[in-house]
Design a protein around this ligand. Sequence first.
Ligand SMILES: Cc1cc2nc3c(=O)[nH]c(=O)nc-3n(C[C@H](O)[C@H](O)[C@H](O)COP(=O)(O)OP(=O)(O)OC[C@H]3O[C@@H](n4cnc5c(N)ncnc54)[C@H](O)[C@@H]3O)c2cc1C
Length: 253
Amino acid sequence: MGHVKTKVTLVRATNESEELIASAGKLCYAQNTQQIFRSDSKVAGEFVQKLMRMGHTSPIEHAVFTFYIEGVSRAMTHQLVRHRIASYSQRSQRYVDHKCFEYIVPPDFEGKTLEIDGEQMDAVTYFEQTMGLIAERYAKLRDAIGREGEKANEDARYILPNACETKILVTMNARELLHFFEERLCMRAQWEIRNVAGEMLKLVKNTCPAIFGKAGPKCIRLQSCPEGKKSCGHYSQIKKRHNAVSETLIETE
Ligand SMILES: Cc1cc2nc3c(=O)[nH]c(=O)nc-3n(C[C@H](O)[C@H](O)[C@H](O)COP(=O)(O)OP(=O)(O)OC[C@H]3O[C@@H](n4cnc5c(N)ncnc54)[C@H](O)[C@@H]3O)c2cc1C
C-alpha cells in the first residue's frame, strides 16, 4: 500500500494511420478507386492536413489509439469515462481485492500543514494516515461479511476513497481524441486528467503529426477563451507555449 505515480503507455495505434485516412478521404472523390490505397507518407500527411484545415474530420475516425493508463485515481477515471465515444476496460474493485490499495496524493498537499489536537501536522502524512485507516477498515468490513472474493469485495469497496489507484485501458479514435484534448488540456480541467491528457498527446503527436501536430486546449482552435468569467486568463501564454511546441515538432520531423 502506498503512494504511486502515473504512467501512460500507447499500446496500439493504427498502422500507417495517415495513409489510411488519406485513402478514406480520397475514396469520397475517386472516380477510379484502384489507386486509393497507394500513397507515400509525405503526400498522405499533406492530404490529411488539408482535410483538417477544411474541417472534414470524419475520415480521421479510421485511426484508433489504445492507451494503458496506470497509477491514476478513481476520481480521474470517473471524469475520463464521461467521454462516450471511446472504449474502456478498467480493473474491477469486485474481482480484485483492495486490502493493500495504492493511492494518489494530490501534489498541492505537499509542503502544507494542518492542525490536529493543537499540534501541527504535515498534510501528506495526514492524507497517508487516512488511507491507512481506510485500508484497515476495508479489511475488517470485508472479514465481517465473512466471505472471500467477489461478494466480499463488492460491499467492502463502498468505503474506498476517490484517491484509490486504478488501471484503465482506453481506446479512442483520432476525432474523439482531438475533442478530449480540447476539453481536458484546458486549464479549467482538473489537474490529474489534464496531466494524463498531456501525456497522451505527447505519445500521439509524433505518431500522427498531421492530425495532432496542432492539438491543444480548445482556446487554440477558437483563438480565444470561451470560458468567460471562469477563464484562466492565460490565453496569450498558452498560445505562445503551444506554438513553441508545435514548431519544435515541425523541426524534428
Ligand atoms: C472543465 C470541465 C468541467 C466539468 N464539470 C462537470 C460537472 O460539474 N458536472 C458534470 O456532470 N460534468 C462535468 N464535466 C464533464 C462534461 O460535461 C462532459 O460530460 C465531458 O467533458 C465529456 O464531453 P462531451 O460530452 O463533449 O464528449 P464525449 O462524450 O467525448 O463526446 C464527443 C462529442 O460527441 C457528441 N455526442 C456524444 N454523445 C452524444 C449524445 N448522446 N448526443 C449528442 N451528441 C453526442 C458531442 O458533440 C460530444 O461533444 C466537465 C468537463 C470539463 C472539461
